[in-house]
Design a protein around this ligand. Structure first.
Ligand code: CU
Length: 701
């Protein structure tokens, strides 16, 4: 009975057009309707900070941990019986199976673990190849992944610097490199430019890796790595003078291109804030002068598709996991989620599109592996790193429910724009309406500071669209494609056939390394109808805000202790004389302020200095009582403009805030404490931080 009413209602809604679409959106399905996160039962007291995960041929699952243990889980999709296979190893951040043995990267070596007597426990630990470590805490080593010829790929994280602690440096060979190691222990330096190369993967027999935002890294990305490539972080260039290096470019070669005023010896750096003449340069511009540079195959825009990329895994379930067979999933540690990547080759160049896929895991997503039932095992940890998922570690499974989500299955480059393929046929009426498409091109800077705002962004003119007869694809014809740029496709008003479903995720990001040649569509064959329907294009719509960089209005308030008109006032109001209260606030690792609570007197004049001594950016935002999570979630949806706007949403819930403070930087703000006593919250709204990074602002009489 209920069902038939629902059917009639849906039919009615469809005939109502726009209003129906809005109603349908209100009851829009969620990721959980299509992909369920399941628990893997774990023995009481097990600390499973997953560093490596690999499926074994008999259906068991191997798990290595950051505490140095290796477990074998029997019947992992059922009762999950844990057996400790090896222990006493050093921070194992990878696990692979080959010919009856397990291989793992410890901090300083690739180790082979073998159970010779068949009792289910490793009784031989062999060093395949060892590399130097300086002892710096951040010298993580990741892998291995096994190449088709049986050799192993291992990556080595950079340490951080003497000059600024967040500046990556390679203190010993081959930090910042990918190494290729043979079974008999021969090591070949393969490529450098790696900063934090936690994600490794073999895709169609070729080696890919994912890197994290940081110094020199404007955003996370996925890149195919050929021998001799340089992917962007200069630390590892220190070793290119060695005869075995396949890369010839030097640190000086790079500095000459990206910042001619930097010393060719590698320092001291000119900080951008002291260097107003800094010329923004992108990685692809540097590549024109230094061909060993390899730009990303697919960018994962920072804060939108995560903040710290991890495992790369190909969907080889042939449809057992849903409609994305052959595509690639990329984990994200900081935002506890999994993104999806479609790859293609154009003019011999690798490129493709990235999409959101599934969020909501319990801790930071580090490793993934396929179960025998085509579920995706997701291994998690966040110790020292923080994550949106609040648990310190976890092992969960992602299971397809069998229902078909309405998604952009793929975006392909075309000579005149893009072709979007859908998982379900589209509704022709909404798909032929140009108002439902927005395409924005943008890129990141390539520079020695941490991260980058979106630069050179431009909304492209949509000239027309052509919907395939069967509704499975739409050609989107635009003006102004730019090679090497990321193109955001936002398809907000599109519905599936019969106007029932909005897209589960309506944005995709195509990295256009090469524009295909070939015939462009004739304008005569295109739909150019534009209903003018307005969408909340969050990425672009949020440009108007009260708080751009620069001196804030209100800094010249005439009466002390009267509320000031700005939310970010960085010069002391002239008539203050001096503040009533001076507060120093800092950071501690793991997404925390160094003070969990602050107390101010209602209506008092406060000077607050926020000093970011962490290795990632943070801000400080005072919000109305009970609104910290709402503000944090709104900040997550600011899209491409988020960084430029300091990830501070334009909402009345925000009372005062600093800008986004880079590692090693500080800002002082001046504000008048709320006159209403109560318990307020301060929160960092940088994507992925708000759930953890909060403190209490007590306003007292
Ligand atoms: Cu933060």
């Amino acid at each position: 009975m209920k069902n038939s009413i629902k059917t009639i209602l849906l039919g009615l809604l469809a005939s109502l057009g726009t209003s129906g679409a809005i109603l349908a959106q209100n009851t829009a399905p969620t990721e959980n309707d299509y992909y369920k996160i399941m628990k893997v039962p774990m023995p009481e007291g097990t600390v499973l900070e997953v560093g490596g995960l690999c499926a074994l041929p008999n259906g068991d699952m191997g798990v290595s941990t950051r505490r140095g243990d290796v477990y074998i889980i029997e019947n992992p999709t059922g009762t999950a019986h844990f057996r400790k296979f090896a222990s006493g190893l050093h921070e194992i951040l990878g696990l692979a199976y080959k010919n009856g043995s397990l291989y793992c990267a410890q901090r300083g070596e690739l180790t082979k673990l073998t159970d010779r007597n068949g009792d289910g426990i490793a009784d031989r630990y062999e060093t395949v190849y060892a590399w130097p470590v300086s002892g710096h805490y951040h010298e993580y080593s990741f892998g291995p992944k096994i190449a088709p010829d049986g050799s192993f790929f291992v990556t080595a994280n950079v340490a951080f610097g003497n000059e600024e602690w967040w500046r990556g440096e390679s203190r010993v060979p081959w930090r910042g490199w990918t190494m290729r190691i043979t079974e008999d222990g021969k090591m070949e330096p393969w490529a450098t430019g790696m900063r934090s190369p936690c994600g490794l993967g073999m895709i169609n027999g070729e080696f890919y890796y994912a890197d994290n935002q940081g110094d020199w890294m404007g955003s996370g990305f996925l890149t195919k790595v050929d021998k001799g490539d340089f992917t962007g972080h200069p630390a590892g260039l220190r070793w290119t003078g060695r005869p075995e290096s396949p890369i010839k470019m030097s640190t000086a070669d790079l500095y000459a291109v990206v910042d001619p005023r930097s010393s060719p010896k590698g320092g001291p750096w000119i900080k951008p804030e002291n260097n107003p003449n800094e010329t923004p340069i992108t990685l692809f511009e540097a590549e024109k002068k230094l061909p060993e540079i390899k730009t990303p195959t697919v960018w994962l825009p920072h804060g939108i598709l995560g903040i710290s990329t991890s495992e790369i895994i190909t969907d080889d379930t042939q449809g057992g996991f849903g409609p994305f067979a052959g595509q690639v999933f990329v984990g994200d540690q900081g935002q506890s989620k999994v993104d999806r990547v479609f790859l293609e080759k154009v003019n011999g160049v690798d490129q493709g599109a990235s999409f959101p896929f599934r969020e909501g895991f319990q801790s930071g997503v580090l490793r993934m592996a396929w179960g025998t039932d085509n579920s995706l095992f997701v291994g998690q940890t966040n110790r020292g790193w923080g994550s949106t998922g609040k648990d310190p570690f976890g092992l969960q499974r992602l299971v397809w429910t069998g229902k078909m989500p309405f998604e952009m299955k793929a975006i392909r480059a075309m000579p005149d724009g893009f072709e979007v393929e859908f998982t379900l046929p589209v509704d022709r009426k909404t798909a032929e309406d140009l108002a439902n498409y927005q395409v924005t091109g943008f890129i990141y800077k390539y520079h020695p500071v941490y991260g980058s705002p979106v630069v050179n962004d431009k909304v492209l003119k949509i000239k027309g669209v052509k919907v395939a007869d069967d509704g499975s694809r739409v050609r989107v014809v635009v003006d102004g494609l730019r090679e090497k740029y990321i193109h955001e496709l936002k398809l907000e008003g599109i519905r599936s056939q019969n106007a029932t479903l909005p897209l589960l995720h309506n944005t995709g990001y195509y990295t256009l390394n090469s524009i295909p040649s070939g015939e462009k569509l004739a304008m005569a064959g295109l739909s150019t109808r534009n209903s003018g329907a307005k969408h909340d294009h969050t990425a672009m719509a949020s440009v108007k805000t009260t708080s751009p960089d620069g001196p804030a209005k209100g800094a010249t308030a005439t009466k002390p202790a009267k509320p000031l008109t700005g939310k970010r006032i960085t010069a002391m109001p002239a008539d203050w004389g001096k503040p009533d209260q001076v507060i120093q606030l800092g950071t501690v690792p793991g997404l925390n302020y160094d003070k969990k609570a602050l107390t101010v007197t209602a209506g008092s004049k406060v000077s607050l200095t926020f000093n970011n001594v962490d290795d990632m950016p943070h801000n400080f935002v005072i919000v109305k009582p009970g609104t910290a999570n709402t503000v944090g979630e709104t900040a997550l949806k600011m899209g491409l403009k988020g960084m430029e706007l300091n990830y501070v949403p334009n909402t009345a819930n925000v009372i005062y805030h600093t800008k986004l403070i880079q590692p090693g930087a500080a800002e002082t703000i001046y504000f008048v404490a709320p006159t209403q006593p109560g318990t307020y919250t301060y929160v960092c709204t940088y994507p992925g931080h708000y759930a953890n990074m909060q403190g209490t602002l007590k306003v007292v009489k």
